[in-house]
Design a protein around this ligand. Structure first.
Ligand code: URA
Length: 249
């Protein structure tokens, strides 16, 4: 996990938490100036520290150099990206101070549920790297139920169109037309493609957990909260790490 940085350049920090680009910011500082802890400054390269207060272009920014770890209950209709030409992104649901962060993997625009957001690249790499085999559980509502034969094809490895390697999932029926899928790879549209290869289709999809971290069900869609120190470790602790068929994950 990332160590806290003690200092950062003023211009780099402001750009990471606002929509300023370095060149526009440089001009703004030279023309109108900025203040750091109440003192006027003209040098964009001065170093800022935790708790410093910057005033620029009518904004007051309190410096926080601690790494950020958030969970969001992603709603349908927003893209898991920092920017998009056509749709709102999950960052439109967050204060601007989180602009420096990124999504830990992606959920489709119509998928809901647990999305992690951070500025700690090492942490997100460990969670998304296929080599780490972090187990993700999704709840899918299907257009038609799986047959027993489809279930065993999925458990034993099902061929996906255009891919050489079969995809594996542990699937469990949890309600009418409703199935939980546990996967460890994170392939593109993985759950929808597995369902399609097994002769059905997904009508609603929600991610419930990543490793041993479950979605906080008290978060309404679109809401988010910070993870506590213990929760930060949970995505990398594969809670239920053995599947019924012994494949593990
Ligand atoms: N699998 C999908 O098909 N979609 C998602 O958003 C996540 C996993």
């Amino acid at each position: 996990m990332a160590n806290d940085r003690e200092t950062e350049r003023l211009d780099k920090y402001i750009c990471s938490v606002t929509s300023f680009t370095r060149s526009v910011l440089g001009k703004e500082i030279r023309k109108r100036g900025a203040s750091l802890n109440g003192k006027q400054i003209k040098d964009p390269s001065v170093k800022v520290r935790e708790g410093d207060v910057i005033e620029i272009a009518g904004m007051e920014i309190t410096v926080s150099l601690k790494p950020v770890y958030l969970m969001m209950n992603k709603p349908a209709g927003v893209v898991s990206a920092n920017s998009d030409d056509s749709y709102d992104t999950v960052f439109s649901l967050l204060p601007e101070r989180y602009a420096r962060c990124h999504c830990v993997g992606r959920l489709d625009i119509d998928t809901e549920g647990l999305l992690l957001i951070t500025d700690d690249g090492q942490w997100s790499h460990m969670i998304t790297s296929p080599a780490k085999g972090v187990r993700k559980v999704y709840r899918a509502v299907l257009a038609s139920d799986f047959s027993d034969e489809a279930v065993s094809r999925i458990r034993n490895g099902i061929e996906l169109r255009g891919e050489k390697e079969p995809a594996f999932a542990e699937v469990t029926k949890v309600g009418p037309l409703t199935w939980d899928f546990a996967v460890t790879e994170g392939r593109y549209h993985e759950i929808k493609r597995i369902a399609a290869a097994a002769g059905s289709s997904v009508t609603a999809l929600r991610r419930l957990s990543i490793g041993a971290l479950s979605l906080d069900e008290s978060l309404a869609p679109g809401m988010y909260r910070e993870l506590d120190a213990n929760e930060i470790l949970l995505p990398l602790a594969n809670g239920s790490s053995s599947d019924e068929d012994g494949r593990g994950s």
